[in-house]
Write a protein of this length. Structure first.
Length: 549
């Protein structure tokens, strides 16, 4: 591969590699993901530097499916330990959205030809006719990003005198699902830090950016990434025959109130100036009846996508617990009012009925069970070992929580709040001296580049979508680590995440992204003039500036 690249310009190299990689399938969780990673290893292995230092490129096996991360270390012109990480993910989403165009989903030329006469999307048609866009699954997210990192690795191999430090390239699998690749890479980053004495200055991801509104031409640069929680509610009511439904507590009523209070509620989004922030979204709500009967539902499960920026998991738990308590109180009062109206309408005597529903976090519930001698940890460990492997990880978490309720002699109507997979911490530049220097240096490079390339590079704190950079640091204290672990049932099995290691690494995570449109859509396309020409040089400028701080 090196011989094919050596005579090309930077722009030609990026385009050549992007087209080559786009034509290869690497859907998350498939054999193609492993094949792509092995192919990338062979590309790097062909570079003369790695021919001379074969131990400086290697594979890291990261899960039982034998998927691998690919890493390469390029030492600069001195023994300095300062190191910039380049990272990108190998996997893509699938091609179901391409419909009857699946056969050409990985063929940029044929897709461009199709879109040139496509009447269903005028913008895509005009882009195809311009010749300035490359279409295809993965072209934007993120085979072009991988290509830029490879081309810059090749550039610095031939210009090591420009490096006042080192480059560590990480090409990891599984970003589109459980982030197994980057989570597994944490061990390797710590090993290299210890064995080579590396000091990680920053990590540069180049996950895709897109216009945020019609006419937006800005190329946003992010000095961090948004976090994500998946808060879950296991709601157990009190069942009743439909002929006596007012005597029960219908958990669907409580779930409805919780959903109305959380889902798309923008008042729960954080108020951050110049940042794209998003409200929580309900991703799942389902009661547990398996077949028809005339009993009211016993329980219901629900979970939310909840973006976090400056808020901590503890903050979110506190907020959502209050919302759940308010929902339960509202349902309790409405049930009491409805029962009174029912009695009066049917001229029935009064009776004592309690519609109160208790709200607890899983941490509080575990403490309660321990206090009554039920040893919940042992119960969870036994259940974890016997859960079906093919069961969705979020449903496994619900199974754990509901199993604990089975050993509770109280059998009260109850809402239990907990976290499930995935959990991505927010990671952005902090207020410490190192972060301030990095931010100022980044601003200087962007200002110089705006003048040179006639582009606009707004600097933002949080990449607004999910990215692997979230796992390179954890900014919470020990108490926050304990809160996360205590409220995430089965975390060490379902979503192993060493928050203490992340805290010790504390790597600033930048995203200086490839530019395009239609990410995760069948109209996916990357804008070649900026992505193939300008972006590689911009990343080099940032790299060199950071290594001289």
């Amino acid at each position: 591969m090196y011989n094919q690249l050596a005579s090309l310009t930077t722009e030609q190299q990026v385009e050549f590699l992007t087209k080559r990689l786009t034509k290869m399938q690497s859907y998350n969780g498939t054999a193609g993901e492993l094949d792509k990673a092995n192919y990338l290893y062979k590309i790097i292995e062909s570079f003369p530097y790695f021919q001379a230092y074969p131990d400086f490129v290697w594979k890291q096996e990261i899960d039982e499916d034998k998927r691998i991360n690919v890493l390469a270390f390029l030492q600069g012109n001195s023994d300095k330990k300062e190191t910039v990480i380049y990272h990108a993910h190998v996997d893509t989403v699938g091609i179901e959205d391409y419909g009857n165009l699946k056969d050409i989903a990985h063929q940029p030329e044929k897709l461009a030809e199709f879109f040139q006469s496509y009447e269903g999307d005028e913008e895509a048609r005009e882009d195809a006719r311009s010749g300035e866009w490359m279409f295809g699954r993965g072209s934007l997210d993120m085979q072009s990003g991988i290509s830029i990192h490879l081309v810059n690795l090749l550039y610095y191999m031939n210009h090591r005198e420009k490096l006042e430090g080192n480059i560590l390239l990480l090409l990891n699998v599984d970003e589109e699902n459980q982030h197994v690749g980057i989570r597994g890479a944490l061990k390797e980053l710590i090993r290299l830090q210890q064995e080579k004495g590396l000091s990680y200055v920053a990590a540069i991801n180049n996950d895709f950016i897109s216009p945020l509104y019609n006419g937006d031409v800005a190329k946003y640069v992010y000095c961090g990434g948004a976090g994500k929680l998946l808060p879950c509610f296991s709601i157990t009511g009190r069942e009743a025959h439909v002929g006596e439904s007012l005597l029960g507590i219908d958990p669907t009523l409580i779930a409805s109130e919780i959903n109305r209070s959380i889902n798309q509620n923008f008042s729960l989004a954080e108020n951050l100036e110049n940042e794209l922030v998003l409200p929580p979204s309900c991703l799942f709500m389902k009661e547990n009846k398996q077949s028809y009967n005339v009993q009211t539902p016993v329980s219901i499960r629900m979970y939310f996508n909840y973006f976090i920026y400056k808020k901590t998991p503890s903050d979110v738990l506190e907020t959502l617990k209050k919302i759940a308590q308010a929902a339960c109180t509202k349902v309790e009062n409405e049930l009491a009012d409805n029962y009174l109206a029912y009695r009066e309408a049917n001229k029935l005597p009064g009776r004592s009925i309690n519609w109160k529903t208790e709200v607890m976090t899983i941490q509080e519930y575990m403490e309660y069970l321990k206090a009554i001698g039920k040893e919940p940890e042992k119960h969870l460990d036994r259940l974890l070992a016997n859960l079906p492997e093919d069961l969705d990880d979020r449903l496994k978490a619900f199974e754990l929580v509901e199993a604990l309720q089975q050993v509770d002699p109280g059998k009260k109507p109850r809402v239990i709040l907990f976290f499930a997979t995935p959990f991505l911490p927010s990671n952005t530049l902090q207020e410490d001296e190192k972060s301030v220097f990095l931010k100022e240096a980044l601003k200087e490079v962007l200002q110089e580049s705006e003048e040179k390339y006639k582009e606009v590079f707004p600097l933002r704190g949080y990449f607004p979508y999910l990215c692997d950079g979230s796992f390179l640091a954890f900014h919470g204290d020990q108490a926050e680590i304990e809160t996360v672990e205590a409220n995430f049932p089965g975390m060490n099995t379902l979503f192993p995440l060493d928050l203490e290691k992340m805290s010790s690494l504390n790597i600033p995570a930048l995203n200086i992204g490839v530019y395009g449109k239609g990410g995760h859509k069948w109209t996916e396309r990357v804008y070649k003039p900026y992505t193939f020409q300008t972006l590689p040089i911009l990343i080099r400028k940032v790299t060199e500036r950071f290594l001289t701080l």
